[in-house]
Write a protein that binds this ligand. Structure first.
Ligand SMILES: [Fe+2]
Length: 348
């Protein structure tokens, strides 16, 4: 146990040391940025590539002050997203909740129509609200922002990521002063860009199994979106970042986190992607059913051959179910998005 804690402490210390080597601001590595390339996302290439989808880290971005993210524009955007004729999610692409909570508490959604988000944004200063607008890249202007961010991410990642990715998405969070966003897990690999206001984010290392036990992840992927359970006894192990306009934080998939706004309105962009299910989700789903059958499964990543077999078997079953229901396993919209991004990036 002590060895694992030492390892975690050493990894954190190494990252901290690497980050503090930079200057103006500390997380930007200007000398290594190509002069002909106006990146939105700016980060030391080795920090970015070495920690991609492994550990959280800070970066800088150039979107603070962009008019697309002013509150008056977000009121119009919320109206469009809330009234979409063909939302991405069956229940609509807007979600909100209200009330002051702490990290381990689950907020309640008020019994109001989704279009109420428009007025909540107008009164965001006093509503104790947390509002999320999903897939904003479907709207004019915001698609360019997402795709330029993705171009930067693929360029900085130095890896053949694109073939593993099912969806790219841009999400906006509009949050009242002093609101806490509860502890949770996400399905995406995320880069969050602070656009307005100040907030603090607490991110945990998913490799720390005291904090993220495998059975909790299996339940999350298979049966319960809210399976993540906050464990205050491990709060001291969190990576804590102070976010302000122009700063960003990378959150690897399944790395739990919670946030606390300072005493001002916060607007945050989340640029993210989801892997195809066969690369991640289906491993946890297969293990969920093995565990229920009384078998203690190997966690993903320990035995690649076993992982390959489990993923292939579960993915084959999943495709049969999708075929029976007449659903494509990759939606046409996602294929089109990938084609555009591949053309833009030269299929990095
Ligand atoms: Fe999140």
């Amino acid at each position: 146990m002590n060895g694992r804690k030492d390892n975690l402490a050493n990894r954190r210390q190494a990252i901290l040391q690497r980050l503090t080597e930079f200057s103006k601001p500390s997380w930007v590595w200007e000398d290594q940025m190509p002069a002909s390339f106006d990146r939105i996302i700016q980060c030391a290439p080795d920090v970015f590539a070495n920690n991609l989808n492994r550990l959280p880290h800070e970066f800088a971005h150039s979107l603070a002050g962009n008019k697309l993210f002013e509150l008056s524009m977000l009121v119009d955007l919320a109206e469009k997203v809330a009234t979409r004729a063909n939302p991405h999610l069956p229940g609509g692409d807007v979600y909100f909740n209200k009330g002051l909570i702490e990290a381990g508490e689950k907020p309640l959604r008020p019994d109001m129509p989704r279009t109420a988000a428009v007025d909540l944004i107008r009164r965001i200063d006093s509503e104790e609200a947390w509002i999320i607008l999903k897939h904003v890249e479907r709207e004019a202007g915001y698609r360019d922002v997402l795709e330029n961010c993705i171009r930067d991410i693929l360029e900085l990642s130095k890896s053949q990521l694109l073939r593993k990715i099912k969806w790219f998405e841009a999400i906006l969070f509009i949050t009242s002063p002093n609101r806490v966003t509860e502890y949770h897990l996400d399905r995406e690999v995320s880069w969050i860009l602070q656009l307005q206001g100040d907030k603090e984010i607490h991110v945990f290392d998913r490799a720390d199994k005291d904090i993220v036990p495998d059975d909790e992840l299996e339940t999350y992927w298979t049966a319960d979106n809210r399976a993540a359970r906050y464990k205050p006894e491990y709060e001291s192990r969190a990576f804590v970042y102070q976010m302000r306009p122009g700063s960003g934080v990378h959150i690897p998939i399944n790395s739990p986190h919670w946030l606390r706004n300072k005493n001002n309105i916060s607007v945050t962009l989340n640029v993210n992607f989801q892997f195809h299910d066969r690369y991640w989700a289906n491993l946890y789903r297969a293990n969920y059913y093995l565990r229920r059958a009384g078998i203690e499964p190997y966690p993903p990543g320990i035995h690649p051959v076993s992982d390959g077999f489990k993923s292939a078997a579960f993915t084959a079953m999943q495709r049969v179910k999708q075929a029976v229901k007449g659903r494509p396993h990759i939606p046409a919209e996602a294929r089109e998005q990938n084609r555009r991004i591949a053309a833009m990036t030269g299929a990095l």
